[in-house]
Design a protein around this ligand. Sequence first.
Ligand SMILES: Cc1cc2nc3c(=O)[nH]c(=O)nc-3n(C[C@H](O)[C@H](O)[C@H](O)COP(=O)(O)OP(=O)(O)OC[C@H]3O[C@@H](n4cnc5c(N)ncnc54)[C@H](O)[C@@H]3O)c2cc1C
Length: 358
Amino acid sequence: MPEEQGRTIAPLDSLSEVLSAPLDAEQRTEAAERRPPRDQAVRDVVIVGSGPAGLTAAIYTARADLQPLVIEGEPSSTSDQPGGQLMLTTEVENFPGFVQGVMGPELMGSFRAQAERFGAQIITERATRVDLSHRPFGIWTGPVESDTPTYLARSIIVATGARSLMLGVPGEDRLLGHGVSTCATCDGFFFRGQPIVVVGGGDSALEEAIFLSKFASSVLIIHRRKELRASKIMQDRALSNPKIAFRWDSVVTEVLGDPKVSGVRVQDVHTGEVDDIAVDGCFVAIGHAPNTTLFTGQLDMEESGYLVTGPGTRTNVSGVFACGDVQDHVYRQAITAAGSGCMAAIDAERYLEALAEH
Ligand SMILES: Cc1cc2nc3c(=O)[nH]c(=O)nc-3n(C[C@H](O)[C@H](O)[C@H](O)COP(=O)(O)OP(=O)(O)OC[C@H]3O[C@@H](n4cnc5c(N)ncnc54)[C@H](O)[C@@H]3O)c2cc1C
């Protein structure tokens, strides 16, 4: 068996061979209890995730005639959302090509239709397990305990994205995209001359607040403690900004307004005292989490859980590529995710070409 980056990799078609080898009686009974593989064919490319990164990778791999299968996720939560994070927003004004802006779900509907036009197969399922230790790689969408993968692939493009950590208070979900935001770069422009709050106390909260101060009439940072977690330099910048004020030892308990944000309800963590602050926007900046649990122990990750890639979109397992927010905690934009989806498709195509030559 060829050795690869410290892993023992099974020859390419060994899993298919195992699946098709004759079984003894005991194995036959066991196998009958297992779910049969949905799809015995070994796919060239399986893409996990259907946000801007995954669907761009689908467009490129489909046009390269690799007949990609996209496992788009299930509409069950914000971490697993067919179409990705833009399905949770209203207007997107910074995606190039849309002079008047475009609604997030409409944009993602176009990405999807374009991928399908070139023959990408999209299934509304959630990947529950992957096995990257054998080739072809195995991907499960059913019960994780099943021995048989649902799909087999020569290469995988991971585009499972990330999710913003949310406060989990009343009004927050309902008003997301209607004054509640998790992205200053995306939405700051909508709050010109208006008062807003930023919730959080780390570097990214202060970065968002400083950025937002260019647009908003005032920025109130609400933080649950008396000290900030942010670096000294960010603290100095925020504290000296005339538009930024702080509300210490306080938590937001409700986002108010209908149909858009009109204020936040804030509680002092020591006294329990509650008051309402009138604002037009509430930016939640308490962190992000990449959707990478599926790959724990198989793909290299940063301490924060983001996948490590490079050169290009390669991961530590050859044949597995990662693109979009799942490997990017810096830019986190639809256009950068789409750009890296294109890169992953080209990387996968070249990998498959090299594989075919051996
Ligand atoms: C409210 C909001 C507003 C935003 N506004 C803008 C904006 O105006 N402009 C801009 O450029 N960016 C904006 N962004 C950021 C932008 O949405 C993200 O940068 C971009 O969506 C990242 O794309 P992605 O494809 O990497 O991942 P995501 O969009 O996060 O998509 C991840 C995909 O992976 C799937 N998935 C996850 N786990 C599994 C699994 N186990 N099995 C199968 N599928 C799985 C999900 O279903 C989803 O399809 C906004 C984000 C939010 C939350």
